[in-house]
Design a protein around this ligand. Structure first.
Ligand code: 3H9
Length: 648
């Protein structure tokens, strides 16, 4: 059943039961419409309680339907029908009332909720705006300023705040439905408040609009939806609810059909699927409370911060006093900046430093449930770490390497209990970047792998499983991307033109600006090592720059010049002179052509990665690029891009 009906005396109880999240699929909309008619015609019913089965009210429209043209009955009509019902509908909300779910609740004459309920209109995260009256009814209930925050800025009040805002009429304790029925019984004899759309709202001072426009446009960073959601809201305040509803709906339909919205939907489903791989669903992860981190450099400290932010205890293992002091000072800085930016709750913040232990040597590793190695990227160094860990740790302690390139099988060679070993590849800064590449070896036990995913969930990361290859999924694609960008330069395309094209596509930086920031030397040393092993790696322009001492921003120049203390790239005649021996005649290339060439290269490498079984799904590759390498979210990822091109 998708919508259930029960009768309790004079009160009808309508329960949306559409697992997992009570989304408003076509059949739910049909049932709601039919019930609104039937209950209006039932003389024994005086009010209707509308609720959701399970942990939440309704998570919104069924996003999976958005890849098809809208099908009747349309949600705005369902909301309007409930609002026009002869008897009052009372939304009874526990858990989340999101998007279309909140819009349906706004169509009800009353709303009651538990204190922990959560209200949001998150449509803008999907590249769309509200499509069933949210931009119009909400300001008429909570006022314009609060509605702007919810409609266009992702503000998400809980039950208590919703009560204060007037969004809910009463808080109800669990069990919710009897409480809501009692509320309904109390209101049936009384005069009803006006329907949401009929309520009078005062227009705000002019500066409310101008300030909101400036704030929302800046925060949207080029995304279409947030400013358009604001415009729909404003239109309804200035021209009346009918005009507002019409603009809202046409904007919703137009945005729903965009590539950007399709890309964001693709990522929405990919991100959720990533956390729960089918083959691990039946497995219980091992309990993890105390995590050892070996190495307190930038990466190790970032990993420690991510663990502490998630409420875990950390034992940070270093070699000497100076390194311990340095790690503590990095971590104190990370703590301060997370606090300042409001990234952790007071509860997490209060225990943060107390949950951090920094020690010299491996003694305390025996207390750890998991140890993550984050030392220098050299096989011998890593092996010596695991030799110590193998000696000191409990046999059930999970041991992980954060290597970005080295074959984990070589690192684990000789480790007692190889089934507890895996790669957990974090991205720098590890307390910020969402990607976690999980790299099992052939020996890794399934429950150890499941624990890696569970850890990712607890840290708020996006886990992607990678098979073993040089650079795993992300760095392997990065290498191809950079090489192709350099090939463009060798073909005579201007360095700055390549960067500008990728920025216009949505990257925060082009490939050369990015190399300058990260440093050119690591990739250079990697190529030099391959050459030393006798591999035929031809010279690239980047090699010439490094040999000339231009390693990027840290040396004052790489592909570009940088003035002291200024990170803005300036065209470098020096760099152009140095790479000239490898560069052909100057060639003009349109930005779009540059983008499609680099996209094609990334997708080609992605296809190879899939064919070799290194990635399990094309969407996983997109997640790696979006969450680890700055690929613009609104573009969905290289595999998504390739799929769209294939369709046209
Ligand atoms: C909208 O409402 C437009 C309207 O204004 C106008 C319309 C005309 N649809 O996240 P989870 C699936 S736009 C379809 O892992 P949690 C999800 O894919 C919508 N499926 O659980 C997953 O599937 P699977 C505005 C959905 O407990 C499963 O449910 N609403 C939807 O961590 C469990 O999800 C939103 O943007 C959906 N709407 O979090 C809300 N939502 O098991 C989006 C979820 O196969 N949803 N699924 O992997 C959320 O924020 C979270 O899912 C929620 C639960 C908080 C509800």
């Amino acid at each position: 059943m998708t919508v259930n009906l029960e009768i309790d005396g004079e009160i009808a109880i309508v329960t949306i039961e559409n697992p997992p999240v009570n989304a408003l699929s076509g059949v739910v909309r049909e049932h709601l419409l039919a019930l609104a008619d039937a209950l209006d015609g039932d003389p024994n019913v005086r009010a209707v309680v509308l609720t959701g089965a399970g942990k939440l009210f309704v998570a919104g429209a069924d996003i999976a339907e958005f890849d098809r043209p809208p099908e009747p009955p349309f949600l705005p009509d369902v909301v309007a029908r409930i609002e026009a019902a002869a008897k009052p509908w009372i939304a009874a909300i526990r858990g989340a009332a999101l998007g279309g779910g909140l819009e349906v609740a706004l169509g009800c004459r009353f709303r009651v909720a538990t204190a922990g309920a959560r209200f949001a209109l998150p449509e803008i995260n999907l590249g769309i705006i509200q499509g069933a009256g949210g931009t119009q009814r909400l300001p008429r209930i909570v006022g314009v300023a609060e509605a702007i925050r919810i409609v266009a800025e992702n503000h998400s009040p809980n039950g208590k705040e919703a009560l204060r805002l007037g969004l809910v009429d009463a808080l109800v304790d669990e069990p919710l439905v009897p409480g809501a029925v009692a509320f309904a019984q109390a209101v049936v004899g009384q005069a009803l408040p006006p329907a949401s759309r009929e309520r009078v709202v005062s227009a705000p001072a002019a500066n409310v609009w101008t300030e909101a426009e400036a704030r929302i446009t800046a925060g949207a960073r080029g995304a279409a939806a947030p400013p358009q959601a604001l415009q729909a809201l404003k239109h309804g305040i200035e021209h009346g609810v009918e005009a507002g509803l019409a603009l809202e709906r046409s904007t919703f339909l137009a945005l729903r059909a965009t590539e950007e919205a399709a890309a964001l939907r693709h990522l929405f489903f990919a991100e959720r699927a990533a956390l729960r791989p089918g083959d691990l669903r039946a497995l219980s992860p091992r309990p993890i409370e105390t995590v050892g981190v070996v190495g307190g450099g930038t990466m190790g400290s970032g990993i420690a911060a991510a663990l502490l932010n998630a409420g875990l205890s950390v034992v940070l293992i270093e070699q000497d006093e100076a390194s311990v002091l340095r790690a503590r000072s990095i971590l104190a800085g990370l703590y301060e900046s997370s606090r300042r930016r409001g990234l952790m709750s007071d509860e997490v913040a209060s225990g943060w430093m107390a949950r951090l232990e920094t020690i010299i040597g491996y003694g305390a590793a025996g207390r750890c449930d998991l140890v993550i190695e984050a030392v220098f990227e050299e096989l011998a160094v890593k092996r010596s770490v695991f030799a110590e860990l193998g000696r000191v740790c409990r046999p059930d302690t999970i041991l992980a390497t954060n290597t970005s390139y080295i074959d984990p099988r070589l690192i684990a060679d000789g480790l007692p209990g190889p089934e507890r070993f895996l790669g957990l590849h974090f991205f720098s800064p590890a307390q910020v970047m969402k990607l976690l590449e999980i790299v099992p070896t052939p020996d890794t036990a399934p429950d150890v792998l499941a624990t890696g995913y569970d850890l990712a969930r607890r840290l708020g990361k996006v886990p992607v499983r990678s098979g073993i290859c040089d650079g795993f999924i992300g760095n392997r694609i990065l290498r191809r991307y950079r090489a192709e960008a350099e090939a463009l330069v060798c073909g005579g395309v201007d360095i700055a033109a390549v960067d500008a094209a990728m920025r216009a596509f949505g990257f925060a930086m082009g490939p050369f600006e990015m190399q300058d920031m990260a440093g050119l030397d690591i990739a250079y040393l990697y190529r030099e090592a391959a050459r030393a092993r006798g591999m035929p790696v031809p010279d690239m322009p980047g090699d010439l720059l490094v040999r000339a001492g231009r390693k990027g921003q840290k040396t004052g120049g790489g592909w570009y010049d940088y003035a002291a203390g200024d990170r803005r790239p300036k065209t470098s005649m020096d760099a152009q002179r140095i790479v000239a021996p490898l560069v052909g005649a100057k060639k003009e290339m349109a930005g779009e052509a540059i983008v499609s060439r680099l996209m094609a290269t990334m997708a080609e490498e992605g296809h190879a990665i899939l064919t070799e079984g290194i990635a399990l799904a094309a969407a996983d590759i997109d997640l790696v690029e979006v969450h680890g390498y700055g690929f613009p979210r609104k573009r969905g990822g290289p595999m998504f891009q390739a799929g769209r091109l294939g369709k046209t």
